[in-house]
Design a binder for this molecule. Structure first.
Ligand SMILES: [Zn+2]
Length: 88
């Protein structure tokens, strides 16, 4: 599982974009707050086509090729999460 968050890493946005390119069928959680997130797939269009520069990792991202790994993490951390209706 990989974490991208601009608050912790100034290069997180670029790194997250590269991760999406290489993990189109992977999954990521996009946090909306400390206890709330949305689950997307790597190819989800939500993050594409924004005018640059844009910080894609302004909200914390947790990424994995395994959906069950992310779901287990979410359960363990009492995260409220929803599936993105566009990509999952
Ligand atoms: Zn999505």
């Amino acid at each position: 599982m990989l974490e991208f968050w601009s608050r912790l890493d100034p290069d997180a946005s670029d790194k997250f974009e590269k991760w999406m390119d290489g993990h189109q069928t992977g999954y990521y959680l996009s946090f909306r707050g400390p206890g709330e997130a949305m689950l997307h797939r790597g190819y989800c269009g939500h993050m594409k086509g924004w005018s640059r520069p844009v910080d894609l990792a302004k909200n914390r991202k947790l990424c994995s090729d395994s959906r069950s790994e992310l779901e287990a993490w979410a359960t363990e951390h009492h995260l409220r999460w929803k599936r993105c209706s566009d990509c999952i």
